[in-house]
Each structure stands twice: as C-alpha cells, then as structure tokens.
Design a protein around this ligand. Structure first.
Ligand SMILES: [Zn+2]
Length: 401
C-alpha cells in the first residue's frame, strides 16, 4: 500500500519547547557519539574489512552500549528522552551506514546545532482534539490539523526548522485511487531556462518565482555579512536568511508537486531522461540557489506518483543526444552548444527550438523503449510549430506568497 506523508505545524508551549530541545539534543548526541566510533573504525582499517558489519559496531551493539550509558551519572540526562526515539536514531544511523556501503549515499555526516533538528517517535502516538500525544509529552502538544489525516500511521517525526518552527510529519499507509485511464503520451525536457518543456507544447516555467526571491536572498545575505561574529544581531540576521531559504524551499516544493501531478493527470505515459543531475549541476553556474535539487526531487515525485495513480513513467538513456538530434531527420548536430537555444538542422533545414526538439526526441525514444526496443514508428503527424509551442504557457496556478 502506498505511503503518504502528512505534515502539520506544532504549537508547543515554552515548557514543551524546552522538553523538545532535550529530545533533539539527545538524539543528535547519540547520532554523533556512535557515528564517531564507526568513522574511527572506518578510517583506521583496511578496505577489505571496513565495509563489513563489525563486531561491536552493529545496531545491537550500539543499543546495548546505549543502555549502559544511561546507567552512568554523566549520561543520566539521556533518560529524560523517550527511549524509543533514541533507539530509532541508532536504527537510522545503521541504515545510513548501510546505504553508504551499498553506494547509495555519502558517508553519514555529523549533525550540527544549526541544522534542521528531528527525532522519530516509533510508537504510542495519539491525536485527539487537535493535540498530539506521545511518550514524555503527556499533556499533548497543540497541532494545527489543516487537513485530515488518513490511513494507518506508520512513522512519526517531530522536527524544528532553522527558523524555529515545529512540525510533525506522519507517514500513513493509504489507499489511493488511480487516475482515469488516459492514452496521451508526453516527453519532457527538463532544463534551466524553462523547468520543463513538453512534447505537446506546454512549458512549465518557475523562473519568475525564483527571481523574486533571489534579490531578497542576496539582500539578507549582505546584511548577515555585515554583522559581527558571535553577536546577537548576527543570530537574528542568520534567521532572516534562513527564512528566505525556507520560503524558496516551500515555493519550489509546491511548484514541483503541482507540476508532477498535473503532468501525470493529463498523460497515461510520461517519458523523461534519466538525468545525470550531478553532471548538470557542475556544468552550470545556475546550480547555485535554485536549479539545485529540483530535478532530482521532481523525478522522485514522478516516480512514486506514477505508481500511485497507475501511470507509466519511461526513463530513457541519459547518453542519448536528445538536444543535438534533429527530430525530423535524425541528423546529429555535433556543433550544438549549450548557448544555442534555436538551431537550423544542417541536413533538412528545419528550424528547431532546442528544448522542444529534445522533448519530441525523448517522447519518441521513450515509446521506442516501451515497445520492447522494437523500432517505434510514430505516425507522421504535424506537431505544433516550434514558435507556437514556446509561446504556449502551461495553465498552472501557482501559490506565490
Ligand atoms: Zn533535420
């Protein structure tokens, strides 16, 4: 069954904030304490044995050691935190470590004071009368239930972001109704100038929103750089910068969700490139505040939502030259550079829009792959003219605060 996450704002009292701070602190301490042991071992041992599960450093060893720590006077403060949350931290560390050895992630990092803070509550969570109850919080914390919680609760995470807002994220197993059947197919070219150019002529543009926040961010960062290190004003300025980052993050996330759902709702089959996001980032200075993780997150959303809604998502080989191949005559233009937004095919003389041409190729290639590798012969339909396509904007209402 699909898992959906519901996120709600928490309104703790001053006293509860202190208690939450203890939980964040303890879980952060546990993570760093046991990560240090693993890192030491990793750095000091031979390649051949450091990858294996090492005696004394497994989850069970860590959990045993944790019980011992809690009995010592020096670490008695750990007892003020829900013991299941501490154990969940150890499990998360163990998983992060395992993912590293499976080459799915970087080596786990130490957690810092200024990062977003979080702890998990694996069991005994109850929501009643707009309050959330869990171990060590008998009075319940006020929760803003702006939408209904559905399904069976699987995991609960309490967090505090860098600007001091508290949230609870609740993952639930839910039944999701697939979208009605749809025979439309589409190819997407994800890019920088336009976020997504579709083979049916639609364009999803998020640049406007981002421009709006970019100048604000630059201003706040300048303010921050003027403040003395260690001063109270510097702390305040840091929060101001974090607030803008927070706004950008929320707006971007909102845009990605609306776009991914909109595309899947209107198309039964969606073809995309298996993007080498890291390579794209390194290549372009726009990697900075904005282009950043958007593509990876967007593809992730398309993947799980395609699953939820009964849609087909086809990823084509990232080495296929989707931009440089002429859709009409298959000629590959070796001379095409990133700066060429429009080009004329030297072979068939058609005028091509770089991104739109790529989206058509991605669609063709995707349908070819879906067809079991047999040559896909698309009926020679006249597609919307390039200029018409570029002018057409996707009808997407974006909530810009
Ligand atoms: Zn051509």
């Amino acid at each position: 069954m699909p898992v959906k996450t519901f996120k709600y704002r928490l309104r703790p009292t001053k006293q509860q904030e202190e208690q939450l701070a203890k939980h964040f602190g303890s879980c952060c301490f546990i993570w760093n304490y046991f990560l240090a042991q693993r890192k030491d071992y990793y750095l000091n041992n031979e390649q051949t044995i450091r990858a294996k599960k090492v005696k004394g450093l497994t989850y069970y060893d860590n959990a045993k050691k944790l019980t011992e720590l809690k009995k010592q006077d020096t670490y008695a403060w750990l007892n003020k935190t829900n013991s299941q949350s501490l154990q969940a931290t150890l499990k998360d560390l163990d998983n992060a470590y395992a993912r590293f050895f499976k080459k799915q992630a970087q080596f786990p990092r130490f957690k810092k004071k200024y990062d977003k803070q979080a702890f998990r509550v694996p069991q005994h969570v109850r929501i009643k009368n707009s309050r959330i109850y869990f171990p060590k919080f008998k009075q319940g914390i006020k929760v803003n239930l702006h939408r209904n919680l559905e399904g069976k609760i699987q995991n609960v995470t309490i967090s505090r972001n860098q600007i001091g807002q508290y949230f609870v994220s609740i993952s639930c197993q839910v039944k999701i109704n697939p979208f009605p059947k749809n025979k439309n197919t589409v190819g997407l070219d994800l890019g920088i100038k336009n976020f997504a150019v579709c083979s049916d002529g639609k364009i999803y543009d998020n640049q406007k929103i981002l421009n709006k926040y970019e100048s604000k961010l630059r201003y706040k960062q300048k303010q921050l750089s003027k403040k003395n290190k260690g001063s109270k004003n510097r702390d305040k300025a840091r929060i101001e910068v974090a607030k803008v980052h927070n706004k950008i993050g929320n707006t971007r996330q909102d845009f990605l969700h609306k776009t991914s759902t909109h595309i899947l709702k209107n198309h039964g089959t969606v073809c995309i490139e298996d993007l080498n996001v890291k390579g794209m980032m390194a290549n372009h200075r726009l990697a900075k505040s904005v282009g950043d993780a958007s593509w990876a997150e967007f593809v992730r959303q398309l993947e799980y939502k395609a699953d939820w809604y009964g849609r087909k998502l086809v990823k084509i080989d990232k080495f296929f030259p989707s931009s440089a191949t002429c859709y009409w005559c298959k000629h590959v233009n070796q001379e095409l550079a990133l700066k060429h937004r429009k080009w004329i095919c030297p072979n068939c003389k058609k005028e091509l829009d770089r991104d739109y041409n790529a989206s058509l190729n991605i669609l063709k290639q995707g349908l070819h792959k879906l067809n079991g590798g047999r040559d896909y012969r698309q009926k020679p339909v006249e597609l919307p003219s390039v200029d018409g396509a570029v002018k057409q904007e996707a009808q997407l209402s974006l909530a810009v605060e």
